[in-house]
Design a protein around this ligand. Sequence first.
Ligand SMILES: Cc1cc2nc3c(=O)[nH]c(=O)nc-3n(C[C@H](O)[C@H](O)[C@H](O)COP(=O)(O)OP(=O)(O)OC[C@H]3O[C@@H](n4cnc5c(N)ncnc54)[C@H](O)[C@@H]3O)c2cc1C
Length: 268
Amino acid sequence: MRIIVPIKQVPETSAVKMDPETGTMVREGVEAIVNPLDLYAIELAIRLCEQAGEGDHETVGISMGPPKAAKALKEAVSMGITRAVLISDRRFAGADTWATSYVLKAAIEKLGGADLILCGERATDGDTGQVGPGVAAFLDLPVVSYVSRLEYVRDGVARVHRLVEEGYEVLDVQLPAVLTVVKEASDPRLPTLRGKQRARAMDLPVWSVDDLDVDPARLGLQGSPTRVVKIFHPKVARACEMLVASDEQAAAAAADRVVAFLQQRELI
Ligand SMILES: Cc1cc2nc3c(=O)[nH]c(=O)nc-3n(C[C@H](O)[C@H](O)[C@H](O)COP(=O)(O)OP(=O)(O)OC[C@H]3O[C@@H](n4cnc5c(N)ncnc54)[C@H](O)[C@@H]3O)c2cc1C
């Protein structure tokens, strides 16, 4: 069994800053980490291979990003991912979700395909949740999003629980397939010392445009159909009225005021 985990390196969420002039994210000088939601996919992949026992099983982490994204892949290896490939070339820069999915699809094909492709629910920076389904569409594979539990993989079928508004659906999906997983799907382990040593010593292959079977016109900014027309912070227009009550009489008056306010807006 081969499980491929696409991993994105993102700026540490708490440290994200926006450039007030251009409205774009300032990535320089910001700590880069593994997309936190990808840790659940990594853990699930490792655990599935462990449960599969003896045999020819492997987990492969792939990331499209700048050379520093190697750190994210090494972290995945230190957790227990078998091997990793970095897809890095200046010609990929500026890719939108369409171009990113297209490149990841080409990398997955070069790896010889997979039984399962496990993506995070979404990346904490781009936040679209489109890349997993995009990869599935390019590979013409079934996709299940918001997977909160993988019950089992048996006879070429995965039984999964998929979060929906009212609870969850139980689905059987034919493999190979793409799953995007949510936090509930697993409990990510910490990297081990042995894993860290393995990650430090590993040879990380880096694939460029020339290593993949891709159409150069469909890459990077020029191959991206999405156009960012405007980025802005939504204005929060809220009027706040403070009711201070220091004795019982004032508290009763404040409560009457709140009731009148809610009635006036037909909220009660
Ligand atoms: C015109 C344009 C230019 C852009 N230029 C850039 C740019 O230069 N640099 C940049 O970082 N972003 C750029 N973006 C944003 C870019 O679209 C997204 O960062 C990227 O395509 C992934 O989308 P997302 O972050 O919404 O991921 P999501 O779809 O939310 O991610 C879901 C899952 O997909 C997988 N995944 C996502 N991205 C990758 C990846 N790169 N490698 C491996 N797995 C991945 C992960 O498993 C992740 O959990 C640009 C967007 C536009 C519209």
